[in-house]
Design a protein around this ligand. Structure first.
Ligand code: SF4
Length: 321
């Protein structure tokens, strides 16, 4: 089966600085792929590249290929990319206020997506909006449709943004840390609603997060990004059972677990290098306890594991059975 989304050796630059390098990943129809890594690893840049919004921050795809449902997006004219965005590719941003217009009623903002992309009449679009709000478990959808964004809580606003992403009947949703701006009490609810709706509708979902606990619960596969490169990409069960990349192992080691002794939770020493100032060789080597001379000299290529996953490390922790 051909993947719905395929990134092959994709590079992204802002000015002359290469921020993403050789990023390769695939996403199948109906699959939930977690894209994880610390801040500064390049997760949001990957989302902007897929949605065609890099020019908003002065960026561009400078190398490789980005294919969506058989169409090469790197050479697609902007007018066609705009048609894809919102209709076939929905985008849920970190901060709902970035996506919502503060002076327009909620109903009008959701209606416009299905009017524009599905050609619905105003009445049909409103019926569809109310149905979507109900599916997102928003109480009193008709009253909420008449409200302005500032009258809603952060969690409600993010549900509206998800409704807008779903309104064009997309095949793929990119959700970029969709709960970061929300209270911890509503974060789990939003993730649960989003992933349930994706499963029910058979949508592909690229869930960008720094939370490995969320990945373990809701994703099928995970791609780990470090300093603009893919470190490891595998199905969720094997990666949590036996991570192959030391960075993946370190991220998993940061997940708090019930019954842990006080003081036994450790972070990863050091920090993600600044973009454009990446160390020679493996970019993780200054933070890696297993680093050897070979790691400081050549960057490890992404190589296949026996379980179908891939890892970029000279000395992987495990060879999958
Ligand atoms: Fe660590 Fe070397 Fe693997 Fe990089 S290549 S993660 S430094 S062992």
């Amino acid at each position: 089966m051909t993947a719905l989304l395929t990134l092959s050796d994709m590079g992204v630059e802002i000015g002359r600085t290469r921020l993403l390098d050789g990023v390769s990943l695939t996403l199948d129809r109906g699959e939930i792929l977690g894209l994880v890594g610390e801040s500064g690893s390049g997760k949001s840049l990957t989302a902007l590249a897929i949605t065609g919004l890099l020019p908003l921050i002065g960026g561009r795809i400078s190398a490789g290929s980005l294919r969506f449902d058989g169409t090469e997006l790197t050479t697609l004219p902007e007018a066609e990319r705009r048609r894809l965005r919102g209709k076939r590719i929905g985008f849920v941003m970190q901060n709902p206020m970035t996506a919502l217009d503060g002076v327009q009623r909620i109903g009008e903002q959701v209606d416009v997506v299905s009017r524009l992309h599905l050609g619905l009449s105003p009445d049909a679009a409103r019926l569809r909006t109310l149905d979507l709000l109900a599916q997102l478990r928003i109480p009193e959808p008709a009253a909420v449709a008449q409200a302005y964004p500032h009258q809603l809580s952060g969690g409600m606003k993010q549900r509206i943004v998800i409704a807008m992403a779903l309104a064009g009947e997309p095949d793929l949703i990119i959700a970029d840390e969709p709960t970061t701006a929300l209270d911890v009490t509503v974060q789990a609810q939003i993730i649960q609603i989003l992933t349930q709706l994706a499963r029910q509708r058979g949508l592909a979902l690229l869930l960008i997060t720094h939370d490995m606990g969320v990945v373990a619960q809701v994703c099928d596969r995970v791609a780990v990004l470090y300093a603009g490169r893919i470190a490891e990409m595998r199905a969720v069960s094997p990666i949590f059972a036996a991570p192959a990349h030391p960075y993946t192992a370190a991220l998993i080691g940061c997940i708090p677990r019930a019954g842990m002794a006080p003081g036994s939770l450790h972070g990863i020493p050091g920090a993600v290098p600044t973009a454009g100032r990446y160390p020679e060789g493996c970019r993780f080597h200054p933070r890696c306890a297993a680093a050897a001379d070979a790691c400081r000299q050549g960057h490890p290529a992404l190589s296949r594991l026996a379980d179908g996953g891939a890892v970029a490390c000279h000395f992987p922790l495990t060879e999958a059975p």
